[in-house]
Design a protein around this ligand. Structure first.
Ligand code: SF4
Length: 314
């Protein structure tokens, strides 16, 4: 079964974040056409598909994006979208009318100079303007913040205050070892344990929603705060676990970025004339290769670079 799918609709981006992992696909092939995107998603519906998250690169750069979104929503699927926010102000009202269930915006800092150094462009005002427009349009909003030592780890409380003002929840994400540069990871990786300790003592742990072992959720100063850790210790073979992702060039992967091999090439199958039932069978086969998150398995994560091993317990 494939309850959720992450669909990259555009591999390019108008920012150049130092930690970008390019969704594990650094040399994408030909982008799927609108027709191909829709056929491939529709073929996953018989596999229990309920949720689709639209991603990039930057998905708002894709031409005809709203036509794609409208059609997917028309099928009764829950559609959310992640964006870097630079163009969100132009889209917020339309997204609200289409009925997106959530818009997640990357925001690592509120400091313009830090933003420029980290993301390679002077666009913080555009991002803040996009988030504000989304709030004003009444879109369910989530801010995604990659926490980095020596960069923004001291900004967490300011970012939570901003999230409160924007009526958004916020998710602090552990820097992934899949980032472009190992040196960057080595210098800036920080465990989320310290922040979790603060949230645990000064906030309230929320039960029920997304309580997988690596994604605890807290209520802190009136804001829902998620922690999202990298899962690197895998006691089961093969790619993990929360669902599948479809790349902009039509290949299927697990949700992790650094190690996963391509599970299927749906674009090639479709272009070779596969019917929808055959595509559904390929989805099913790919789905059988991933494993559901098991909270008991995710007790710690472990990474190793340059002979140094780091382990963080939850
Ligand atoms: S906004 Fe996202 S896709 Fe674009 S460069 Fe930054 S991390 Fe990569």
């Amino acid at each position: 079964m494939i309850p959720s799918l992450r669909v990259s609709v555009w591999s390019a981006c108008d920012l150049a974040c130092l930690y970008c992992h390019k969704e594990g696909n650094r040399h994408p092939g030909r982008h799927l056409s609108d027709d191909e995107v829709l056929h491939l998603i529709r073929a996953a519906i018989p596999q229990g598909l309920v949720k689709v998250k639209i991603t990039g690169g930057e998905p708002l750069l894709r031409p005809h994006l709203s036509d794609l979104l409208k059609q997917i929503v028309r099928w009764g699927l829950e559609v959310s979208l992640t964006t870097n926010g630079t163009r969100l102000a132009l889209w917020a009202q339309e997204f609200r009318e289409i009925g997106l269930s959530k818009v997640s915006v990357s925001l690592d800092t509120l400091n313009p100079e830090r933003f420029r150094n980290l993301c390679g462009a002077d666009r913080l005002p555009l991002v803040v303007g996009g988030i504000t427009a989304a709030r004003d349009a009444g879109l369910p909003l989530e801010l995604n913040t990659v926490l980095m030592a020596g960069v923004n780890e001291h900004e967490w409380d300011e970012l939570i205050a901003f999230a409160r003002k924007m009526q958004a929840r916020i998710q602090f994400i552990e820097l992934s070892p899949a980032t472009q540069s190992r040196e960057f990871y080595e210098h800036h990786h920080v465990s989320l344990d310290h922040l979790e300790q603060l949230l645990r003592t000064q906030g309230e742990m929320l039960e029920g929603v997304r309580q997988e072992g690596d994604r605890p959720r807290y209520r802190f100063n009136g804001v829902d705060v998620n922690l999202c850790r990298v899962v690197g210790k895998t006691p089961v073979p093969g790619p993990r676990r929360r669902g599948l992702r479809l790349s902009a060039d039509g290949k299927v992967y697990g949700f992790e970025y650094q190690q996963d091999a391509c599970l299927a090439d749906l674009a090639a199958a479709y272009r070779a004339g596969a019917r929808e039932s055959e595509l559904t069978r390929i989805w099913a086969q790919a789905g059988s290769l991933i494993h559901p998150i098991n909270q008991k398995e995710v007790l710690f994560h472990e990474t190793e670079f340059s002979g140094k091993r780091r382990r963080s317990y939850f």
